[in-house]
Write a protein that binds this ligand. Structure first.
Ligand SMILES: Nc1ncnc2c1ncn2[C@@H]1O[C@H](COP(=O)(O)OP(=O)(O)OP(=O)(O)O)[C@@H](O)[C@H]1O
Length: 311
């Protein structure tokens, strides 16, 4: 995650960057022949003289769960911030369901729900109050609000805990509460930045199960960033392996793993060697560029901060 001022996302800001719950607002599950959920071509974003995103080409198809993978500092958060309109697009192209954020920022924002790495829930409010706040910010009609909030909380299994203060929640519950906040306005595209960072394995599974259940129930598109290759392998339809600002390999996890297996066989590798993992694929595409020096102090510090606040 970054250290720029835009990162100090408050609950209201995050609400602003997010959009809602259950069935997508316009009933839009994947539309055959419709525009891609996200399309980026040649996207570049620089901090000072360094290109954090360096010619990113990326397509997320309607209705899929797409994982953007990469180590600290790969440029995932910066790319996502361009898609969510939090950062301008200085060079290259970004479209969200065919819309250009530069033409109509608010129209793009209304299409998406965003759960940033930073805390977007208010510890001093109950779960229900937190989700209601987002429902108000996103203009969920007053007469529908209570039902929609209850529905979003139920979708993430927080009905029983809904009237407890968020500060009494576990890390996994906080993450699920943030998911409910993003779902309450029924977005077409749900964007999650490191949704499971800092969670224990059971809580991580719980978060993914809820993401998948919501996707199945609504057909919404999900774009998720993660460091965890095993999670992406298990839960994402397709993944993009990002390194130094660009996607270096793209496909379903199985395609990428099998492709590496084929290359190893063609090069005369041991026939009985362990089948490649997604992490092996990543190491291959990143080559010598993937080592302990990936990311800088800022990246590691922000990751730790995120892990601490949900842990
Ligand atoms: N505000 C900033 N000022 C200067 N450099 C920045 C800023 N934000 C990010 N960077 C740099 O841009 C690069 C990409 O950062 P970004 O946060 O997009 O990566 P990431 O893949 O999301 O990493 P993480 O998983 O740690 O969040 C890194 O080298 C980072 O240090």
């Amino acid at each position: 995650m970054t250290g720029d001022p835009a990162d100090t996302t408050t609950a209201t800001e995050a609400a602003h960057d997010s959009t809602g719950p259950t069935a997508a607002r316009d009933g839009s599950a994947a539309q055959p022949g419709g525009p891609d959920a996200v399309a980026c071509a040649g996207l570049v974003y620089a901090f000072g003289g360094t290109n954090a995103v360096d010619g990113l080409d990326l397509t997320v198809r309607p209705g899929e769960v797409f994982g953007l993978l990469g180590p600290n500092g790969a440029g995932k958060t910066t790319a996502i911030r361009c898609v969510t309109t939090l950062l301008p697009v200085p060079a290259g192209m970004v479209r969200v369901f065919g819309r250009d954020p530069a033409d109509d920022r608010m129209a793009v924002r209304r299409l998406l729900g965003y759960v940033p790495q930073q805390l977007s829930a208010d510890a001093a409010l109950t779960g229900r109050e937190n989700v209601t706040l987002f429902a108000r910010v996103f203009d969920v009609p007053r007469r529908e609000r209570a039902a929609r909030v209850a529905q979003a909380l139920a979708a993430v299994d927080l009905t029983e805990a809904a009237d407890r203060l968020a500060k009494t929640y576990s890390g996994g519950m906080v993450r699920r509460l943030e998911l409910a906040q993003a779902l309450v306005s029924a977005p077409r595209l749900l964007i999650l930045d490191e949704p499971t960072i800092g969670l224990d394995p059971i809580a991580r599974t719980g978060v993914w199960e809820h993401i998948n259940a919501v996707r199945t129930a609504t057909g919404m598109t999900v774009l998720v960033t993660t460091h965890y290759m095993d999670e992406a392998d298990q839960y994402c339809d397709r993944v993009g392996l990002m390194h130094r600002g660009r996607v270096r390999a793209l496909g379903t996890p199985a395609e990428l793993r099998h492709g590496l297996g084929e290359r190893r066989r063609a090069e005369g590798g041991p026939a009985d060697g362990a089948p490649p993992t997604l992490e092996d694929v990543f190491r291959e595409v990143a080559g010598s560029g993937l080592d302990d020096s990936s990311g800088d102090f800022r990246d590691v510090r922000s990751t730790r901060r995120t892990a601490q606040r949900v842990g």
